[in-house]
Design a protein around this ligand. Structure first.
Ligand code: C5P
Length: 303
């Protein structure tokens, strides 16, 4: 019997290192970043329809609010690109079940686009190679290629040129979520404003971070977390400074704004410390909601 539906599960990410170089002529900044995929997952289900209605979309799940259910959704743009590239019609309904916070710096929209590429390839037997999927992913956004791969990886260029990184052990995270997202271009713009007039050097991979990941040394990973976008995110959302302080006071191994924010990610020693910190953050009153996760996990995967 021909297959008419497929579900792809795709993780969120945090950046363990996000070093931002100068802005290039294309408006993008040269990056060196270390991604880790973590265990908060969206699910994208694609079901063929027979009524010739084209590609339709609906959004469900506890993080659905604010996600566009139209052609501006990055997953719908993935469908558009693939349908043009391979010259076929996608008559199908796409349901995105969201658990990854929206506009939170955890690549939720990019994750859904990666999942859509994989779902369309499978349902329409495009037999795309991994490299072909990565190429389409990079057209959609700087974080999309990593969401196909998952695990731990170094991203260069716009963040889309990936090499996998050797990492041992499991890392436990507590995430302080904000109900109001931050716009990625606005955070990069604020970063430029704050650094105007200073010499911006070429970003370099942190060898000490790579070494700590290789030795499963979560204490050192915690100390070495770095995000050049953090001052900009905190400048646009001053409450983030307070959240970072609260987590550090409660003994987190490290605290960092995730990507362009406003999610704040705390690295903790184990699940027990994660639970304690989650309770402490919730009762502090400075955090809207809290999630727990571990990484690294696999990238987009058919389930
Ligand atoms: O690639 P993506 O669409 O996710 O990027 C969103 C925005 O983030 C870009 O329009 C740009 O303003 C900023 N960006 C950047 N440099 C990068 C990646 C993203 O300035 N390397």
């Amino acid at each position: 019997m021909p297959i008419h539906t497929v579900t792809v599960r795709v993780p969120a990410k945090v950046n363990l290192q996000l070093s931002v170089g100068p802005r290039g002529n294309d408006g993008y900044h040269q990056l060196v970043t270390v991604f880790q995929a973590i265990s908060i997952f969206d699910e994208v289900t694609l079901t063929k329809s027979t009524d010739g209605s084209g590609t339709t979309i609906s959004i469900s799940g506890d993080q659905r609010h604010g996600v566009p259910a139209d052609e501006t959704n990055l997953a719908m743009q993935a469908a558009e690109i693939l349908s043009k590239k391979y010259d076929f019609n996608i008559d199908a309904h796409m349901e995105i079940k969201k658990s990854i916070p929206v506009a939170g710096g955890m690549a939720g929209g990019s994750a859904d686009a990666a999942a859509a590429i994989m779902a369309i390839d499978y349902l329409y037997s495009l037999n795309m190679t991994r490299d072909q999927m990565i190429e389409v992913a990079a057209e959609l956004g700087s974080d999309v290629p990593f969401m196909l791969n998952g695990g731990t990886a170094i991203g260069q260029g716009h963040g889309d040129q990936l090499t996998s990184a050797l990492s041992r052990g499991t890392y436990h995270w507590v995430l302080a979520l904000s109900s109001l997202g931050l716009s990625t271009p606005a955070v990069y713009g604020e970063c430029d404003r704050l650094r105007a007039g200073s010499e911006i050097s070429e970003p370099q991979i942190s060898d000490s971070l790579m070494q700590a990941l290789l030795s499963a040394d979560s204490k050192n990973v915690g100390k070495l977390l770095v995000n050049d976008l953090q001052p900009a995110a905190c400048s646009l959302r001053p409450a983030l400074r307070l959240i970072l302080d609260v987590g550090q006071e409660y003994g987190a191994l490290g605290a960092i704004v995730s990507g362009s924010g406003p999610t704040v990610a705390f690295l903790v020693a184990d699940e027990d410390q994660g639970l304690d910190l989650a309770v402490a953050l919730t009762s502090s009153g400075v955090v809207g909601s809290v999630a727990r996760a571990y990484g690294p996990v696999h990238g987009a995967k058919i389930i």
